[in-house]
Design a protein around this ligand. Structure first.
Ligand code: AMO
Length: 452
């Protein structure tokens, strides 16, 4: 017995699939098709059996009237179990009962791989299971068409954002994730042992993306994992996320960076809407392509708006998550838009590399982009003047000697520059109205979760 026979399954064979499930429609009536996929739904009505086959592109109904299919195919269909991998060969016939207008009457069914009893259902809506159980069984969970669709949409968002940057002369870079110093402050830094030295997991490509502009690239971007040792488990924080960063030289101010982002998101949303229309429809999302320019609101003005709603904040207080949520309500009512730039953050609330404002005392040339009330991007103009940079590092309590690898290149004609970091999971969750960031993360890492 070979191992196929031992497992009770068919060898893979050399034939290729002729169609995907979603190709099976009235135009294919009378054609022969060979489909590969998973057993999604089984219904046994005695003299007729129904099987819904699911593949990467959707589902198709396979119907087995006892009188019209070979006896061995009918018999085998009786042994199928949910999520078995199968090959179905058969003829397409028209039917009025299905939206696609067609189904497949098989001539052969082969079991390509078996499936054990499932720990969670792959068919949606059968039972409500909690997120933790779903994440424990994430690989099966991802087979659900609505869950799978989230990541196809995420892919489209990134694909077209990247396309926009490439059209605008940005060079994709890959910077180290094992680093010697914090870029964003020490509070949420993961320390690792690096042979005899102490090292950290990168919180952001911040220093290196800036340095690449000093290295002679005019514009760079990076889409890569970053690590944050967030102490709390919240619905919008994970410990490893994918940061979409870009950085551009020779800007005349932070406004150039915001313009680039709003154009990039406009392009990405517009093309995503076209390219993954089916997935968006499956999730019931009407993707609104944002109008440019996005609304800009100064940090102090946002504080005033919050205080008018009963908060008691000073102009340099940090806006807490509740305040953010409140702004998420105020902004659409007041400005009729979900995407709002908050600008001119207080010096105290921004990292040492942020350019102080010359117009707004005590503030910075920086911004956050909020989307439906949640911060999805942080960005700003950076300090390109060596002495000022060292002064700001000292003011934040850092020892400049530890940052020589970053600071020293600024001695040699650093161009004015700025950029931003966008969390792709936050973008996805807000776009799809997902409540918990873990659902917009393929394989989330949080305080309690290190597998799968
Ligand atoms: P910041 O620390 O604000 O800025 O992060 C930028 C964006 O990353 C996302 N984000 C997170 N997403 C999920 N889980 C987390 N724990 C988490 N923390 C942050 C958010 C946020 O807006 N170097 C700067 C960026 C820059 O100025 O270029 C930075 O990292 O979407």
């Amino acid at each position: 017995m070979n191992f196929y026979e031992k497992a009770g399954i068919s060898p893979i064979g050399t034939e290729r699939r002729t169609h995907f499930s979603r190709d099976v429609n009235a135009s294919l009536v009378d054609s022969n098709v060979l489909l590969f996929g998973w057993v999604h739904i089984l219904r046994d009505k005695g003299k007729i059996k129904f099987l819904v086959l699911r593949d990467e592109k959707g589902t198709v109904q396979v119907t087995l009237p006892q009188k019209k299919v070979p006896a061995d195919a009918f018999e085998l269909a009786g042994h199928l179990k949910p999520e078995m991998a199968i090959a179905v060969e058969g003829k397409v016939v028209g039917t009025k009962h299905l939206a696609s207008g067609a189904e497949v009457i098989p001539t052969t069914i082969r079991i390509i791989n078996t499936s054990e009893r499932l720990p969670i259902d792959v068919v949606e809506g059968k039972v409500d299971i909690d997120l933790d159980t779903r994440l424990n069984n994430r690989i099966l969970d991802l087979r659900k068409p609505t869950v799978n669709a989230i990541f196809r949409i995420q892919h489209a968002l990134i694909r077209f954002a990247r396309e926009f940057l490439e059209q605008n002369d940005f060079v994709e870079i890959h910077t180290p994730k094992i680093v010697a110093e914090a870029t964003e402050g020490g509070a949420n830094l993961f320390e690792i042992k690096y042979f005899e030295k102490k090292a950290y997991l990168a919180q952001s490509p911040q220093f290196y993306k800036q340095l690449m502009l000093l290295a002679g690239f005019g514009r760079v971007f990076e889409i890569a994992p970053v690590f944050r040792a967030e102490r709390h488990n919240t619905r919008r924080h994970i410990n490893e996320y994918t940061s979409f960063d870009f950085e551009m030289a020779w800007i005349s101010g932070v406004e150039d960076v915001m313009k680039m982002e709003e154009q990039m998101l406009h392009h990405s949303f517009k093309k995503t809407k076209e390219h993954v229309a089916a997935e968006l429809e499956l999730l019931g999302i009407d993707l609104v392509v944002p109008k440019t320019p996005f609304k800009r609101v100064k940090y102090v003005e946002a504080i005033d708006l919050l205080n008018a709603e009963g908060k008691e904040l000073s102009s340099t207080d940090d806006i807490d998550p509740e305040g953010e949520r409140l702004l998420g309500k105020i902004f659409p009512e007041k400005f009729g838009t979900d995407l709002v730039f908050l600008t001119h953050y207080p010096l105290d609330l921004r990292p040492a590399y942020t350019m102080p404002s010359m117009t707004d005392e005590g503030m910075t040339e920086s911004f956050d982009l909020t989307y439906k009330g949640m911060e999805i991007t942080t960005g700003g103009q950076r300090i390109h003047i060596y002495d000022l940079l060292v002064e700001r590092f000292k003011a934040k309590g850092f020892n400049p000697d530890n940052f020589g690898f970053y600071l020293d290149p600024f001695k040699y004609g650093a161009p004015p520059h700025g950029g931003l970091g966008l969390g792709i999971e936050r973008l996805t969750m807000q776009l799809l109205n997902i409540d918990n960031i873990r659902e917009a993360t393929l394989l989330p890492r949080d305080r309690d979760r290190l597998t799968p």
